[in-house]
Design a protein around this ligand. Structure first.
Ligand code: HPA
Ligand code: ZN
Length: 331
């Protein structure tokens, strides 16, 4: 089974590239940029990753990314991740990135786009990995700031595969970003949003009804609202679920308590993803392995999950067909 899970062509639809920053690279970049870290060692960094909720993680996540300053830093961050993912049998990566968090530190959008763009082209060339780019708005910042970012991103509208919504969910409902997402819709940019991770099921409804998203990131709290589960099933809405993330951020106490099996039984379209692999104890393969150990799913279930990710990905139809073929061969 382990060999099968590794060979399975996995498309990752929910990943924050800043959340792939391993402590080793954090120290290397801090050294290169002359930045002092509040840790003595790589082990001390890892020991600090003991989270009580989303906010306690976000505090360290925003602190960690302070070492990213130049286009080369963003390139190295992304390439470091693409190589690891490729080694785990990941064939396609959709990366969220957080321009407002960088802007706040004086790092311009152009710098981030240049570094990520170089890494994406290199990954395609050297690893045969396809990628997509999702520009995320920070929901705990004002909607006007998000609108400003969307306008500033005009030179890149053509290169963005989607816009997303992340950061601290409680108290920041999707409705706050209705106009920003409407503007993205008019520009022809697809939309996704985190909803129902820590926030209530009502936020999932809002994301669908007010932001017109094509996927929900996380969405696991839909389980509290049977009518919503029925709607998600009827409309074929894809949820990008992140099992190990949900455990580490205490959305569920243990993986055994995760609603994944119930959501599958309810006929929802689900995908497995790593979210912030450097912080949550594992990448795509670890998430697949943990689900196998905990739920004992058959190969067919994993093929279904991998197939849904290929169906729901932002990729060319040629690439989609090739990956569906690769998946069929794997079975
Ligand atoms: N949830 C919300 N925002 C985030 C996350 C997450 O897991 N990771 C990075 N930004
Ligand atoms: Zn996320």
């Amino acid at each position: 089974m382990d060999d099968f899970l590794k060979r399975l062509p996995k498309a990752e639809l929910h990943l924050h590239i800043e959340g792939t920053l391993e402590p080793e690279l954090m120290f290397a970049l801090a050294g290169r940029n002359g930045i002092a870290l509040p840790y003595d060692s790589v082990e001390a960094v890892r020991a600090a990753y003991d989270f009580s909720d989303l906010q306690s993680f976000l505090d360290l996540y925003y602190q960690g990314m302070s070492v990213l300053r130049t286009a080369e830093d963003f390139h190295d961050l992304a390439m470091d991740y693409f190589r690891r993912a490729h080694g785990e049998g990941v064939v396609h990566v959709e990366l969220h990135f957080d321009p407002q968090a960088h802007q706040a530190r004086g790092i311009e959008l152009e710098t981030v786009m240049e570094g990520l763009g170089q890494a994406r082209r290199q990954a395609e060339r050297e690893l045969g990995l396809s990628t997509a780019l999702i520009m995320a708005f920070l929901r705990d910042r004002p909607a006007e700031e998000a609108m400003g970012l969307l306008e500033r991103a005009a030179p890149y509208w053509e290169t963005l595969d989607a816009v997303g919504l992340d950061s601290a969910e409680r108290g920041h409902p999707p409705s706050k970003f209705r106009e920003v997402f409407e503007r993205a819709r008019l520009l022809g940019i697809p939309r996704v949003a985190h909803a129902g991770e820590e926030g209530p099921p009502a936020y999932i409804r809002e994301a669908l009804d007010l932001l017109d998203v094509c996927r929900i990131d996380h969405g696991v709290r839909c389980i509290e609202d049977p009518k919503l589960v029925a709607r998600l099933r009827d409309e074929g809405v894809v949820l990008t679920v992140c099992p190990l993330s949900n455990v580490r951020l205490r959305v569920v106490e243990r993986l055994e308590d995760h609603p994944l099996p119930q959501l599958l039984d309810a006929g929802l379209r689900l995908t497995l993803n790593s979210d912030d692999p450097a912080y949550f104890g594992g990448g795509m393969l670890d998430n697949f392995r943990a689900c196998y150990r905990t739920f004992g799913w058959s190969k067919e279930v994993f093929i279904q999950l991998a197939g849904t990710a290929i169906e729901a990905a932002f990729m060319s139809e040629t690439r989609r067909l090739a990956l569906h073929r690769q998946l069929a061969d794997c079975a």
